[in-house]
Every structure is written in C-alpha cells, then in structure tokens.
Design a protein around this ligand. Sequence first.
Ligand code: ADP
Ligand code: ADP
Ligand code: ZN
Ligand code: ZN
Length: 751
Amino acid sequence: MPENIVITGARENNLQDVSLTIPKNQITLFTGVSGSGKSSIVFDTIAVESQRQLNETFTWFIRNRLPKYERPHADGIDELSVAIIVDQKPIGGNVRSTVGTMTDIYSVLRVLFSRHGTPSAGAATAYSFNDPAGMCTECDGIGRTVRLDIDRAVDWSKSLHEGALLLPGLTVGGWEWKLYAESGHFDPDRPIGDFTEAERELLLYGGDFTVQLQLRTGSVEMRFEGIVSRFTRLFLKRDTTSLSAKRREAADRFVVQRPCETCGGSRLNKAALATRIGGLNIADWTRMEVADLVEVLGLIDDPVATPIATAARRRLERLVGIGLGYLSLDRETTTLSGGEGQRLKMVRHLGSSLTGLTFVFDEPSVGLHPRDVGRLNDLLIRLRDRGNTVLVVEHDPDVIAIADHVVDMGPGAGRDGGRVVYEGPVAQLHTADTPTGRSMRHRTELKDSFRTPDGWLPLTGADLHNLRDVDVRFPTGVLTAVTGVAGSGKSTLVSEVFTSAYPEAVVIDQGAIRASSRSTPASFLGIMDTIRKVFAQVNGVPAGLFSFNSDGACGECAGRGVSYTDLAFMDPVTTTCPVCEGRRFHDEVLKHRVRGASIVDVLEMTAAGCMEFFDDQTLLRKLRTLNEVGLTYLSLGQPLSSLSGGERQRLKLATQLHRTGSVYVLDEPTTGLHRADVDTLITLLDRLVDAGNSVICVEHHMDVVKRADWIIDLGPEGGKHGGTLVFAGTPEQLLANRASFTAEYLRRDLG
Ligand code: ADP
Ligand code: ADP
Ligand code: ZN
Ligand code: ZN
C-alpha cells in the first residue's frame, strides 16, 4: 500500500498552490487560524476528490443518479483512500430518528424483547415504533400529539363582533368569520365566555347542519364546521409542507404538543408495552440513561439471551466511552448538539471493522469539557491502530498533542493564509514561528481584577431536562461563563430556561444565518443598495440591473450561481452554474463599469479592498465593523453558506457592536476558533461589556474562563448525575473550589 497521500498545487478557495505529503495510517492534525484554509484542504480538496473518484467507479447508470462532485482545483491528488467524513452537520433525520435507531442499538433490543420477553408480542417489528405492527396508533409512533390550544385560539372576554376568534383566516367581516357570526346560532355581541355550554360546544366542534350566507357574490349554503374542527382539517390533519413558511408559522403559534396520552410518549402500542424483561418494558429501557442501561443488561442471566444482551452492551459501552453515557436511547436526534451528533457518528464507525479508510474529523472536541478530551483521543488512536488514516481539523492543544504529523496552515486568514507554514512532528510545533507555535508558547493569566456586576437576573427552580430545581442568578454588566462537563445542563439552563425567562436577550450562535442561498456579506451588512446606486449613477442605467435577485440575474441559475442536486438520502451537492460560471449575473450587466471594475469584480473584492475602492461614507462605516471583528479578508460576494461557523458568528457580532444595555447569549462561541481568534473574540466580548451590555457564554475554553468576570459551573457530571449548581463566583474564587472539574482544569492550565 502506498504510504502517503500526495497533493500538488492545490488552489481551492484561498489555497495558494499548496503541495503536501500526508502520511497514511497516521493521525495528521490540521491547525491554523479560522479562515486559514484547513477545511479547504481537508474537506474541499481531499474529501471531495475521494468522493468523486469513488463515484467514478460506478457504472454510468448509477453515476447519473449520484451527486456530481467537481474536481477540486489542484494539479494532482494521488493515492487517496475512501474518505469517511465525521463532521458536525446536524444528523439528518426526523421525529422518528432517535439515538437508539440511529446507532442501531434499538434493533438489538427489539430482538431481545421478541425472543426473551414475556409475553412476546411477536417478531421484532412488533417493538418498532416505525412499523404499524408496533406503533401506537393514536400518535402514529411519534409519542406526541399535536392539538389546537383553545385558549390561544379565542379571546373569551370578547364577542364575535369584537374579534374573539384569533385563528388565521377568521378576521372580523371575512366570509369565514360570517359562518360563525351570522349563523344565527350565537349572539355576535355577547362575549363568548358567557356562551352556554351547548353554544360553546357548537362553536368549537360544530354540528350537523348548514348555514345560508349572504356574500357579495350572492347567497351560498355552507356546512357548519366548529373552529377546532376547521383548524384540525386545515393545519393538523394535512401535510403542511405545501403551505408557505409564513402560513405554517402563523398556524404553529396556536398549536400545543403534548406527550401522547395513550402510549405515555413511548410511541409503542399496548402489546409491545406489555412485554417485560425483569419487570421492565422496552420503553422503560430506552428512557434510561445509557450508562444505567448497560448495568441492567448485565443483570440478564438467561444463557440464550446473554449473547444478544452482550452485543447491545458492547455498543452502549462505546457511547459511554465517548462521554455520551448521559443520553437515553429515546432521545430524538434532531435535539442533539453538533458535538453530540459528531460523537454518535464516530461511535457508529468504531463498530465497523473496515480498515484502510481515511477518516476526516472537523473539530471533534466541540462541546467536550477538557476532562473528557482524553476519551476522544483514545478513539482517534484506536481508529489509526486499526489501519486507518486519520485527518483532524482541531484547535484543542490536548488533541493536537496526539498527532503523528501536523500541518499548520496560515499565517493569516483568507488571502493572508492558504499556505503551509509548518509541517512535521508535533514535538517541534511549539518552536515554530507561526500563530499556532506562538500560541502554544503563550499562557493566559487570570485577570488582576474582575468587573463588579451592576445587577442580577435571577432564575428560581429551573427544572427542565436534567436541571434539579436550580436557583441561580446571572450578573449584568459583566462577562459570565457557564461551565461544566458535557450533558451537565449548560445549554438547557442558558439557551432554553434563561432565554425563555428573558426573551429580550440577544442570542448569537454559529448557526446558519437565516437568509436565502443568495445572501452574502454585502447583503447581510446592507451595503448592496449603496453599491448598486453607485453603479447606476455612473452608467446611467437602473439600479435593479445590478441585483442578481432581480433584473441582473443569470437566466440559467436565476442568480444563484450554482445548481443543487438534492438526494433524499445524501447531503445535497452544489455545482457551479455552467452559463454564468458562478458569477450570478447575465453578461450584459458586466459591461457596465465603475473605475474599470464590473459589479462582479466588486463582489470579488475583499472588504479591505472595497474600503480602498469606494469613498461613500455610509459604506465605509459599515465596512469598518468588519475590521473590528477581523473579517476584512472576506469577499463581499462570498455566499454566507461558505463561511465557517466562527466567521458567521463574528459577522453577526459585527452588526451588534453599537448596541448598549443588551444581554447577549452565546453557546460555545470559541467553536472553530484558533487561540489567536479566541483572543480577538474575547476582546470583542469585553468591548460589548464595556459599552454597557451583559454577556453570557456557555464555554469550555480556559482562556474564556480566565477572562470572564463571573463563573456559573454546573454538574458535577452529565445527565441525571448533573443538573445542579456546583459553583458561582469569580474565576479567582473558583480556583479554590475542590468539587468542580472546571476548577481542577483551571488550576492545571495555570500551571
Ligand atoms: P478554515 O477551515 O481554516 O477555517 P476555510 O478553508 O474554511 O478555513 O476557508 C479558507 C478561506 O476560504 C476563508 O477565507 C473562507 O471564507 C474562504 N472560502 C471558503 N469557502 C469558500 C467559497 N465557497 N467561496 C469563496 N471563499 C470561500
Ligand atoms: P450541556 O449543554 O451541559 O452539554 P445539555 O443542557 O445539552 O448539557 O443537556 C443536559 C441534559 O438534558 C442531558 O442529560 C441531555 O441529554 C438532556 N437534554 C438536553 N436537551 C434535551 C432535549 N431536547 N430532550 C431531552 N433531553 C434533553
Ligand atoms: Zn402514542
Ligand atoms: Zn448562472
């Protein structure tokens, strides 16, 4: 087998003719500041080419049905092996996908119940909530029922004339409203709270009669339908995916979800739930934390059942081993965090005995407390020792430490990066004169003094998910870090309980910016109008011509610049539009120029270049905010979807910097950030606080912990062994705490 993956002249995105030799069967770490080109090498060059070559091995018939990958920009990419990508993209899936089904552990449990449970409900499908044989028929195996919330649908204090009916489509005077107000069955001027029981029943659920309505167009006879029945028919009993997002959202506001009463949320029918092993049914098992289920399975001593139980245990132990022991098998995959999802995917691959593959990881330490990084490392090492090549993009020094080989990209981001600045053994990385080498030599100290809170936002009795009656107060006017091991309850406390108690808090996450596929940094900052006006004035043509959302759009791709291949069972793949070659505009538009540059040239400029090109003051003021968040290397027309999570987050921060008196909530803002970027981020957060705002971050990064003014530490462990307040106070006070894992790692970090 060849010993190296060999890349020559790679030029994808910002890569500047990168040539690299990556040793096979070893762990290679890719480091460098955010935007330096790590993903461009690992994902956009190596992984894409591997997928593309794999697809070429199929017959044309199959190939035509596979997504088309474009050959990455490179002179050569040789000696690849099949790449398996383990990233943080949300695990696809729907309400029917759970930790149990996605890891296949649930199917093993089903076999166990069908063969060894009493009384047996039948073959294995009898315990599947995704199969008619096993599902609860009331909720179709979803475990929840969706109903109209009547108290939100009507205002009991008002009459029909006063607008008591709040549901979409029932505005006073409309013909659908007339069905109720002019039916002759109700007094339209009486508050509906004063209706008799029978009248109320009629209004809500209808009756078997028709109503003659006088409309402008004449008289019509309509069947009388209660408002609940109407809503159920229009929104609940029908596939609403065909409705516009706006209508669906409008309807969603009137809907309540409750655990299904028939199956108690277990999704299964009576027969399946009646089967027991050791007094417990399969729903009891899937509700348990994985760590506890391992114990329960260990108690089975039936000689025939034991081998199956052991198989299930082995898989569950892998979950515990990677620090996911606090999850339960019935947890819906759509509610998992990116880091949890990535670790689950990892566990799935560990079960396979394939060798000779290339595994590609995107910052696998995300969401992990420093305490648990060791377990992650064990997994990476095991994958390698089984004969695989392991490529990891990562910033955590404890992960970098296990590398056999390091590729350090940089030195800067965007056009200031894209080169290999160090390549070799990890032992010499800390002596390298690169941002990574320098950051490894540098230690952040505790601050000399901490800001004093100017007020408190209290929460009492927080008990969502694993939180155990937590009373905690969040200080205002300071920088707060909420810490604790994975699963301890940080996100639950901050992103769910706190933000619903204080809805005015501004949440800044790394998630996709809610916008169309055509959004760019320029449109996000709101400077496109100005740029279009400049082009229109100089050339004496309408400004709309310079918009790829309207008159300027390429006819082939409607201004998207790319076409999408969307396959139900794979990630969608984008290919560049063959007509405009990704420029989004039709040819005519490009003839109009400002100082020699077409609109496309301007959109290809970096923000920094644009600041030199234009002299419009409003434009410059908005562009300067990019400077403050370190993003001037972005080009104005780059699709927002191509930004890394860290870049997206800083772009969002850029629009917030002038605010004051706000409370900001950030969930693991250091994700995707190099230590040098973390520094920039903390400086930004400090500035927000100094401008009179409060900042609350969920965070593991010790640099953030050290520079915070206040720490709220949850735990001590994950899941049901967590969910309590371990510590609240300044980082200095935390140092003295003996119960907190975070304290232990803070002491270690300070040396
Ligand atoms: P890293 O992984 O080191 O954070 P990336 O490889 O994601 O960096 O990005 C390197 C540079 O290329 C960044 O400036 C990024 O904005 C840019 N980039 C990434 N994808 C695209 C794209 N599809 N179009 C244009 N620029 C891109
Ligand atoms: P952290 O942010 O500290 O990693 P989380 O708040 O995500 O922890 O999780 C705390 C506990 O709550 C865990 O046991 C987790 O499995 C559980 N949990 C989190 N989100 C959900 C959810 N949507 N449904 C059910 N349980 C959840
Ligand atoms: Zn049910
Ligand atoms: Zn096009």
